[in-house]
Ligand binder design. Structure first.
Ligand code: F0G
Length: 458
């Protein structure tokens, strides 16, 4: 008999979690203004809000924490981290930051000016925020296939090279760099192929532009390249990473995802001028060059995390769990962005709650229903997150409206996946009774989804 697949780790430490009643959850959600970001974590049974900073560290990482060098300048832990980043990406220059958006803030302070245009594939909201707050424009050049959730194509995160070239043909002088997000979070944790990265590089070279990777989930991207692009089936994840990054001039990183740590980020680049320019903003915004926003011990744990998460077994365990949940949803007929991506399931709320008009934010209603059903916290990656158009101030209804269920790294078991799937099925079975969505009571001018206050309709 063939042995079944099992995790490439065993559990050494656990944290209790608690169930609640529907009545309790109704009150808690009301107190949170129907925004799940306002819930206390102890009021959540299974937390799928994000895979960011929520994973479990390994024994090797915890051991590395004890060896952290907390020197203000020249910390050994910084050099350990820098050497690991160089080995994985090939980049010589590294600036540590406290998380991914801080890396964006520092780098874009140097690179982005008012009136600039930054094309890319579904900029993440903080990335878009850091562009738009500088009165520059983020132009989404993602392939159209990403919008059709039921279409099975292997690299739905790709940049549409024609769209990219159109932007450059028209406005090359306004483009400081191209940004490629690997994997493409907003489109559903969808990967970008090596072929596409090569194509972006070619266009960038033609117009003399630089390419920055938003690399939060670069290791998962490498896994998909290995599994789906035949040329890479015999390559190691580390070899694939080296080639991916060879097509970039630099990267921003949220280490909270594929760095396997709870907090941290960095900028890395092969260019001295980028390093020198960004450095001037790192010191006032984050901290001195050899710690930026990080403790020495956290840099030590990150060096180990980056190394562990660029190994095949680790990535296979992770992605197989996400696929396990996706298979359950297939059984129940619940529509999600296909094929399932790296870090999460993106439930197609427009299709599930098809009686709710766009203006009433169907994905937010689905998020609320799932929490009330079982204490499972997902989050809306849809019309609320899309914010308003900076010029017209109109809501942006052009993209997808998803309920995202993130799977934390090394945190939950497949039994938890079964609970999530059953809770979703229960909501799905009564979808036709849910005809109204939510109304905005208060919203921030930028990145509103974190703090928006809502009122359920009907
Ligand atoms: N880029 C991508 C693709 C991201 O997914 C995130 C964060 C960031 C940048 C910003 O990094 O949080 O360390 O400042 N994504 C989290 C999420 C918050 O839930 O998807 P950060």
């Amino acid at each position: 008999m063939e042995l079944p697949f099992a995790e490439s780790w065993k559990i050494k430490m656990v944290e209790p979690i608690r169930k609640s009643t529907r009545e309790e959850r109704e009150q808690w959600l009301k107190d949170a203004d129907y925004n799940v970001f306002g819930l206390r974590s102890e009021h959540v049974y299974i937390d799928c809000l994000t895979d960011s900073g929520t994973g479990a560290m390994s024994d090797r990482q915890w051991a590395a924490m004890m060896t952290g060098d907390e020197s203000y300048a020249g910390a050994r832990s910084f050099y350990e981290l820098k050497d690991t980043i160089k080995r994985i990406t090939g980049f010589d220059y590294v600036l540590p930051t406290h998380q991914g958006r801080a890396a964006e803030n520092v780098l874009f302070s140097f690179l982005v000016k008012e009136g600039d245009i930054v094309p890319g594939n579904s900029h993440f909201d903080t990335t878009k925020g850091h562009i738009e707050s500088r009165k520059a424009f983020a132009i989404d050049c993602t392939v159209d296939e990403a919008k059709n959730t039921q279409l099975e194509v292997p690299f739905k995160g790709n940049v549409d090279l024609n769209k990219l070239e159109e932007v450059l043909k028209k406005d090359a002088d306004k483009v400081p760099f191209i940004i490629v997000t690997i994997t493409n979070n907003t489109a559903g944790g969808q990967p970008v192929s090596m072929e596409n990265l090569r194509g972006v590089r070619k266009i960038a070279d033609k117009y003399g532009k630089r390419v920055i990777f938003d690399s939060a989930r670069f290791a998962e991207n490498a896994y998909f390249i290995k599994m789906r692009e035949p040329e890479f089936k015999d390559k190691t994840i580390k070899e694939i990473c080296r080639e991916m990054f060879s097509y970039a001039d630099g990267m921003t990183m949220s280490s909270k995802k594929d760095g396997l740590v709870n907090m941290g980020g960095f900028i890395a680049t092969k260019w001295e001028d980028i390093y020198e320019g960004a450095k001037l903003f790192l010191i006032p915004f984050e901290g001195f060059l050899t710690y930026g926003g990080m403790n020495g011990r956290d840099m030590a744990a990150l060096a180990v995390g980056l190394d562990e998460n660029t190994e095949f077994d680790m990535l296979q365990t992770r992605i197989k769990q996400v696929e396990y949940l996706a298979k359950k949803l297939d059984e129940y007929g619940i529509p999600y962005q296909r094929p399932v991506g790296g870090h999460a399931l993106f439930i197609d709320a427009d299709k599930v709650l098809d009686r709710i008009p766009k203006e009433e934010f169907p994905a937010q209603r689905l998020t609320i229903e799932l929490y009330l059903e079982a204490g499972v916290r997902g989050c809306e990656i849809g019309y609320l997150l899309a914010d308003r158009d900076p010029v017209t101030r109109e809501n942006r209804f052009g993209g997808n409206d998803f309920l995202r269920l993130c799977i934390c790294r090394r945190t939950y078991t497949d039994n938890h996946m079964d609970v999530i799937a059953a809770a979703l099925k229960n909501v799905y079975d009564r979808r036709h009774e849910i005809t109204r969505g939510v109304e905005i009571v208060w919203e921030a001018p930028l990145m509103r989804h974190f703090t928006v206050k809502l009122k359920p309709l009907g």
